[in-house]
Ligand binder design. Structure first.
Ligand SMILES: Cc1cc2nc3c(=O)[nH]c(=O)nc-3n(C[C@H](O)[C@H](O)[C@H](O)COP(=O)(O)OP(=O)(O)OC[C@H]3O[C@@H](n4cnc5c(N)ncnc54)[C@H](O)[C@@H]3O)c2cc1C
Length: 428
């Protein structure tokens, strides 16, 4: 039993780094009002402000309340549907363009981190994906050897016999290294994007929520917890925290809890003994786990879908620690220092969506993989709002699907995850 009083129920990444923003009165009117101060909202704000539009970002909590200040910091090619699936839906040419967009997202983040002074502990560490079964390993090898032309990633196959070069466990049946995967400190990235938005002239108001949006003579009036603001354009960038602000969006995003723990400081030597090349790790299960060394290399940060909608992260600590020690029995006696949770946004077609409906812009739905996607598509929607041609994307105009009777409460999740877990246990 883990004494929960010894565990900090907050993201490890936020230790001492939650900023207090200056408390300005809200402007009465702006060109652009953005709801949500995560990667998406702040990246969009940077573009609209840099284009000369007066821009206000409203964040309901403190900076880092949403996923952007509490994720795993793993950066990988991040579209869920395969090229083959997208080709069936949209034709090969558009499918190719959509997949290229995901490569562009990673390239954009790399350029921010390595050439544009965005300090986020960017590490070119690569990722190791463990095969949960022999059959999964064979599938992984197939995929590595038959990548779609023009969409290749640098992948090396690691048979079980040499797996310990990558990870100190026999839990997997081999795996693959994705050499272009990287890692960031998610909160540092968020703070750097905050600074960029503010330096461009955007006003950020935290602890201020948008309660409703109504049209007023071609413009919008947004009722906030600090008063009414008029805006010519509005962007909803609330992802898994969307709530009732827009019933149309609530019908299209599926909020799902994701949970993480961080070990006590175990030292770089022990961390290196567990993950010798310092890579991000994930595996081939449907109900996935993901873990990595912390940016300082002193701890293991471990995450997974330990529950679906449990708001108290401490409730999930024992379950996550069991998942972790199944892989690393060496960590059985190690203390857990931090535990936290966040809400990611799935969509019914597992694609991100950006666009405009009835004059209100939206950008969201990264299906748990927004570290590269959210800054990129946030930038793109900001450019679109500023009327810039470079804001166009291959995803523009994709229908944003919903399902009959879905109003934002995902009653179907529990049976779906149960089915996925069962298939995982059967090794299928
Ligand atoms: C535990 C966890 C681990 C993850 N790990 C990874 C990973 O390793 N790699 C990866 O690629 N992705 C990961 N993700 C997903 C990634 O963090 C998100 O996709 C990304 O941060 C989404 O950014 P965003 O700006 O769209 O949304 P968010 O960062 O969630 O921001 C939305 C904001 O909107 C605010 N808001 C909501 N309603 C209102 C309102 N009415 N008024 C004002 N503000 C409002 C919320 O407070 C919130 O701060 C993880 C997520 C979680 C939770």
């Amino acid at each position: 039993m883990i004494p929960s009083s010894a565990i900090t129920a907050a993201p490890f990444w936020q230790e001492g780094s939650v900023p207090t923003l200056p408390c300005h009165p809200l402007p009465a009117a702006v060109d652009v009002l953005i709801v949500g101060g995560g990667y998406t909202g702040l990246s969009a704000a940077r573009e609209t402000a840099a284009a000369g539009l007066s821009t206000l970002v409203l964040e309901a909590g403190h900076i880092g309340t949403g996923c952007s200040g509490r994720n795993g910091g793993q950066v990988a090619y991040s579209l869920k549907p395969s090229f083959a699936r997208l080709s069936v839906l949209h034709g090969r040419e558009r499918a190719h363009a959509i997949c290229r967009e995901a490569f562009e997202a990673t390239a954009y983040l790399r350029s921010l981190a390595t050439r544009q002074g965005v300090d986020c502990d960017w590490q070119e560490c690569g990722g190791f994906y463990g095969a949960h079964t022999r059959r999964h390993f064979e599938r992984m090898v197939q995929e590595a050897e038959h990548q779609p032309k023009g969409l290749e990633q640098r992948i090396s196959v690691v048979p079980k016999a040499s797996q310990r070069d990558e990870i100190a466990t026999d839990y997997y049946h081999g795996g693959c290294i994705y050499h272009d995967d990287t890692s960031v400190d998610p909160m540092k990235l968020l703070l750097a994007l905050l600074r960029r938005a503010m330096d461009s002239g955007a006003i950020i108001s935290d602890r201020c929520s948008a309660g409703s949006i109504r049209t007023a003579g071609g413009d919008f009036e947004v009722l906030t917890s600090k008063g009414i603001v008029k805006a010519r354009k509005v962007l909803i960038a609330t992802n898994g925290y969307s709530g009732p602000l827009s019933p149309w969006i609530a019908r299209r995003v599926i909020p799902i809890g994701s949970y993480q723990i961080c070990t006590e400081r175990i030292g770089t030597e022990q961390v290196r003994a567990l993950i010798p090349n310092g890579r991000n790790i994930s595996d081939s299960r449907r109900v996935v786990v993901y873990y990595r060394p912390s940016a300082d290399g002193e701890r293991i940060v471990f995450g997974g879908r330990a529950a679906l909608s449990e708001p108290d992260p401490l409730t999930c600590v024992a379950r996550l620690k069991t998942m972790m020690t199944r892989i690393f029995p060496q960590l059985r006696t190690v203390r857990i220092d931090h535990a936290w949770a966040g809400w990611v946004a799935y969509t019914f077609d597992t694609m991100p969506h950006l666009g405009e409906r009835e004059g209100i812009h939206y950008c969201m739905g990264y299906c748990g993989q927004g570290v590269p996607l959210a800054p990129y598509f946030g930038m793109k929607i900001g450019q679109q709002m500023a009327g810039l041609a470079e804001g166009r994307t291959a995803l523009d105009g994709l229908p944003f699907p919903t399902r009959p009777y879905y109003r934002g409460k995902p009653w179907f999740l529990a049976p779906s995850v149960w089915a996925y877990r069962t298939l995982d246990q059967m090794g299928l």
